[in-house]
Design a binder for this molecule. Structure first.
Ligand SMILES: O=C(O)[C@H](O)COP(=O)(O)O
Length: 225
């Protein structure tokens, strides 16, 4: 039995527009971001794919992108799971800072490491988030800043327990998440090395489509649009 996994990065957010580090900041979509979401939804609708389940984060830019996609596909009724494990990599004390400004303060090489290396950890916040949405996440599991490697570790249980079983049963899955958590997922699915992952980018509103067999062997990979 074959199943498809479609992974989509949320549309442009206000922070993307302002070129600031976002991470766990809960920023809204811009009008352009909503349009990007609508376009992905229309492209998916045109393929005729039916999803069994949608997975997204606890951040509204991804949640709203999911809703817009499902609305375009007339599939709003499918089960949706929101998990902190799909949240963007936590950018620690960099969040809210302008990416260009940090290049002039910390240097191009350091910023490139923070943004694309697998193991670089950004400067940490002094406290974990106390927001209500994370109340079910143990304090010790809440990051104050993460490397991509650390974000991959907290994403993996979700992938294994919530996404893989459906794929093995031949049920198509949609994941709407963030630049770095999708890089983590792509790394796991395509078995990309720690070094090579620094060259992987996912744009706002970009969708990748994977086809698996019942043993989770990757049969095909495609890009939508
Ligand atoms: O959290 C962010 O700032 C963005 O989602 C992704 O950041 P990046 O462009 O440094 O990968």
């Amino acid at each position: 039995m074959m199943a498809k996994l479609v992974i989509v990065r949320h549309g442009e957010s206000l922070a993307n527009q302002l070129n600031t580090y976002t991470g766990w900041s809960d920023v809204p979509l811009t009008d352009k971001g909503r349009l990007e979401a609508r376009q992905v939804g229309q492209q998916l609708q045109a393929t005729g794919i039916q999803f069994a389940q949608v997975h997204t984060s606890l951040l509204k830019r991804a949640i709203l992108t999911s809703y817009i996609i499902l609305e375009e596909m007339d599939q709003l009724a499918i089960p949706m799971t929101k998990s902190w494990r799909l949240n963007e990599r936590h950018y620690g004390a960099l969040r809210g800072l302008n990416k260009e400004t940090t290049r002039s303060v910390f240097g191009v090489a350091q910023v490139a490491r923070w943004r694309r290396s697998y193991t670089a950890i950004p400067p940490l916040l002094t406290q974990v988030s106390q927001e209500r949405r994370y109340r079910l996440v143990p304090l010790a599991s809440r990051p104050r800043g993460e490397s991509l490697a650390q974000a991959t570790q907290r994403l993996l249980p979700y992938w294994q327990d919530q996404i893989v079983p459906g794929l093995k049963q031949g049920r198509n899955q949609l994941v709407v998440a963030h630049g770095s958590t999708l890089r983590a997922l792509i790394k796991v699915i395509e078995q990309i090395s720690d070094q090579a992952i620094d060259g992987v980018e996912v744009a706002n509103g970009e969708a990748l489509c994977y086809q698996f067999d019942a043993t989770l062997q990757l049969i095909e990979k495609g890009r939508l649009g």
